[in-house]
Design a protein around this ligand. Structure first.
Ligand code: LLP
Length: 384
């Protein structure tokens, strides 16, 4: 039996009955456990939550109460940080193509800026606090869409551009706080981190000592956090710098489950289990070939293999391929897609005028609806 993020089958049935499906549910206990594991492995390290993974206000408020800051990449994410009362010391603004509105919002909030290319020096607000994102230029073991530290990715300042960037920053009167790197997401081989950290540590000859080394996020759900922490701390020590990290997925993925109901079955050249959730609710399988563990909440003696297909009119609308499930599911039976707390609800869409799903949090005692289901009228409201 697969672990269900601290939630029992009975609680899942209860949530689906009360709030309908498709439904995202989260376990507060698992959220706390993940943050605890990070705090323990990275003791003394400043933790910034990459809110793109799941920007739900309730989750952000819990993070803030635990002393976590926020890495933001849009005016909207900055507005969320401001809305929940994050202060200047708790906001980073990052992104390869920041708009004027984003520079202005970052300046108003007193955020620390992550500089992504040399030309940005001229765009920064006066007296900005800055981390320079460097691109270590190494291959990364993940899906191509998720690799950001490779030489041909769009991110970061090249090491050969660093000396000129450093002097331009100084001349413009900004404060260099340190260096930043983030080599990608859902990284499979932990050795990638160590190799990238070493590349960046070698830049000490150009930068001299620094206040901060921010090594980003990107940890897989089974990552050896202690191993990554030791390598990151060694690199920070080279600069005499404090270590910062920016996990997204690791903090929220395990805590979340997408609940969906079986709508029926079909066999063509392949066998399909048809669901009421698909690419509009969980895009990751279609976009990255991501495999989310699946748990059927019905009983059946034999296992049958099928593809999990959503309701969209696209053949790629699959949540899983060749998934073994107990035979004999009937319409309405419940299925859980696990590890869906990160980049699940956050990447859901209104394609096909499908209202985005509700989200509910099990706080240990009761269910709280932390985002109600959208209505169809809300989906078209901006058109009227
Ligand atoms: N820091 C920076 C600068 C980032 O760009 C990201 C993620 C993170 C931290 C957090 O990375 P994490 O710890 O979550 O891997 N939509 C994709 C993931 C895209 C990640 C983008 N950047 C997915 O569904 O897998």
């Amino acid at each position: 039996m697969l672990p269900l993020s601290g939630l029992t089958d009975e609680q899942l049935h209860q949530a689906a009955d009360r709030f309908g499906t498709p439904l995202y549910v989260y376990s507060a206990a698992e959220l706390d456990a993940a943050l605890g594991r990070v705090q323990q492995a990275f003791s003394g390290t400043r933790i910034w939550y990459a809110m793109k993974a799941n920007p739900n206000l309730t989750l952000l408020r819990r993070m803030r109460a635990a002393g976590v800051g926020f890495e933001c990449v849009s005016a909207g994410e900055l507005a969320r940080a401001e809305h929940i009362g994050a202060d200047a010391e708790g906001i980073l603004i990052n992104g390869p193509a920041k708009s004027d509105a984003e520079y202005a919002a970052g300046a108003r909030l007193g955020a620390t800026f992550i500089l992504d290319r040399p030309e940005e020096v001229a765009l920064l607000p006066a007296h900005a606090r800055v981390l320079i994102r460097v691109n270590p230029g190494l291959p990364v073991s993940t899906h191509d869409h998720l690799a950001t530290g490779a030489a041909d990715s769009k991110f970061g300042v090249r090491p050969d551009e660093l000396p000129a960037t450093l002097s331009a920053l100084r001349d413009a009167g900004h404060t260099l706080q340190g260096l930043h790197l983030h080599i990608g997401s859902a990284i499979r081989d932990a050795a990638d981190f160590g190799a990238a950290f070493e590349r960046v540590a070698a830049l000490r000859a150009m930068t001299g000592p620094l206040e901060v080394l921010d090594v980003g996020g990107g940890w897989g759900l089974d990552a050896d956090l202690h191993g990554i922490a030791a390598q990151a701390q060694a690199a920070a020590a080279v600069f005499g710098a404090a270590l910062w990290v920016e996990p997204g997925r690791y903090l929220v993925a395990r805590a979340g489950v997408l609940l969906t109901r079986v709508m029926g079955h079909k066999t063509t050249g392949r066998a399909f289990t048809l669901l009421d959730a698909g690419m509009t609710e969980l895009l990751r399988p279609m976009l990255y070939g991501a495999e989310h563990p699946v748990r059927a909440l019905w009983q059946g003696e034999q296992q049958q293999v099928s593809d999990l297909a959503g309701p969209a009119c696209e053949s790629g609308d699959l949540l899983g391929r060749d998934v073994p499930l107990p035979a004999g599911a009937t319409r309405g039976d419940l299925l859980a897609l696990l590890d869906a707390g990160a980049y699940g609800a956050a990447m859901s869409s209104n394609y096909l005028t499908r209202p985005r799903p509700a989200e509910a949090l099990w706080d240990g005692q009761e269910w709280q609806v932390i985002r109600r289901r959208e209505t169809v009228q809300e989906v078209w409201a901006a058109e009227e």
